[in-house]
Design a protein around this ligand. Structure first.
Ligand code: S3P
Length: 413
């Protein structure tokens, strides 16, 4: 993909539905009784993996790709059928970790597999608490996929303090607790996204009943355009209907603290999730030190925050973000390597990044490491560099944002 520097980003856009909420809506819809309709659902490679896994277990799910709608005919929490082959989670950590919680409560054996990247990601973080609940789950070297789950006696609720800040681990435990006796309590010292809690509340107590869900736009996908409009002179954009759940909105706080020009209007709540329209225009940014408590609220946005920092005046320091090493690729290494190729002054810490901003960077050839968020962050950087940059393997944006480049071409000037 070739990308040239542009004058501005201008216009009104709508971005696809939230990935985390879409996964959870498909999962809870599949174990509810009756029909669940999910509007504005994200239909990307990751969420399609979740849909396929439930289809494999006998759930009827109709996809309307034109309308971004799925309809699920759920038959209750004990209605899943034994899959005839391993469930393929592809690149999706959310599919594997959350599904393991649900499968732990089933009366059949199952295997969860993933692609090369997912097969290297740590699963002991869910194996340990699920085993404590009585789930019979085994990984390679007790840590990696494939995960093999065997039927077990009744599961027990647990009280568990998360050793690492992870919504995937929290959610895996909460979903297993649906099949457990007694109370489960998960304690998190640092905030992580609370979509599972909100959606469990929305589906109601006792036997879940099918629901209508509207998925807000994904703030993580919006973040690329929030940063783009903040760093590219003369930019001014509106991003409609974005999820602004406080456990996800750290990007807004950080860009504002850096001197960004952002406001949110038309705030309302849809199926227990806050949503609003985000107005962003260019403003010169300053470097800041990120507070350790904000990291969980913007963990997926750090690659694009690094891009904002590379063009800001002064130093940006990001610490307490070691988790970046365990994402689809090592995102600390990836951003240091690629931003350095553009001439940025960026250094890796064991748990983060130090970036000294510069007025301008140079066009170059970049790699995405097949990580969707690295691809989109680098593309935004390229838009703010005069001359032609080249980025290889950009098809990985299909993991979370299949129309990313179409939307980008639409609003650039
Ligand atoms: C997600 C949680 C986060 C995030 C991922 C999606 C979720 O992972 O990075 O993209 O949907 O629960 P961790 O909770 O493991 O940090």
């Amino acid at each position: 993909m070739k990308i040239e520097g542009i004058k501005a980003l201008r216009g009104e856009i709508k971005i696809p539905g939230d990935k985390s909420i879409s996964h959870r809506a498909v999962m809870l819809g599949s174990i509810s009784k009756g029909e669940t309709t999910i509007e504005n659902v994200l239909l990307s490679e990751d969420t399609l993996r979740t849909i396929e896994c439930f289809r494999e277990m006998g759930i009827k799910i109709d996809i309307d790709g034109k309308e971004n709608r799925v309809r699920i005919q759920g038959k209750g929490i004990y209605s899943l059928e034994k899959p005839s082959k391993p469930l393929d989670c592809g690149n999706s950590g959310t599919t594997m970790r959350l599904l393991a919680g649900i499968l732990g409560g089933q009366k059949f054996s199952s295997t969860l597999i993933g692609d090369d990247s997912l097969s290297k990601r740590p699963m002991d973080r869910i194996i340990i608490p699920l085993t404590k609940m009585g789930v019979n789950i085994k990984g390679e070297e007790n840590k990696y996929p494939p995960l093999r789950i065997y039927p077990s006696d009744e599961l027990q609720g647990i009280e568990y303090e998360l050793p690492i800040a992870s919504a995937q681990v929290k959610s895996s435990i909460l979903l297993a607790s649906i099949y457990s006796k007694g109370r489960t309590k998960v304690i998190e010292k640092k905030t992580t996204r609370d979509h599972t809690e909100r959606m469990l509340e929305y589906f109601g107590q006792g036997e879940f009943k099918g629901k209508e869900i509207y998925v807000p736009g994904d703030i993580s996908s919006a973040s690329f355009f929030i940063v783009g409009a903040s760093i590219i002179k003369d930019s001014s954009i509106v991003i409609k209907d974005v999820g602004i759940n406080p456990t996800r909105s750290g990007i807004i706080d950080v860009i504002k603290a850096m001197g960004g020009n952002i406001r949110i209007e038309n705030i309302r709540t849809i199926n227990n999730e806050p949503i609003g329209d985000i107005f962003v225009s260019y403003s010169p940014l300053k470097g800041i030190e990120l507070d350790e408590n904000i990291i969980g609220r913007l963990i997926d946005e750090i690659p694009v925050i690094a891009v904002a920092a590379a063009f800001a005046e002064g130093t940006t320091i990001i610490r307490n973000a070691e988790e970046l090493k365990y994402k689809e690729t090592d995102r600390i290494k990836a951003m240091v390597n690629e931003l350095r190729k553009m001439g940025a002054d960026i250094e890796a810490l064991s748990d983060g990044l130090i970036i000294n901003g510069k007025k301008s960077l140079n066009p170059t050839n970049m790699n995405t490491y097949n990580d969707h968020r690295i691809a989109m962050a680098l593309s935004i950087a390229a838009l703010n560099i005069m001359g032609e940059s080249k980025i290889t393997d950009t098809q990985c944006v299909n993991i979370s944002y299949p129309n990313f480049y179409e939307t980008m071409w639409e609003i650039l000037e």
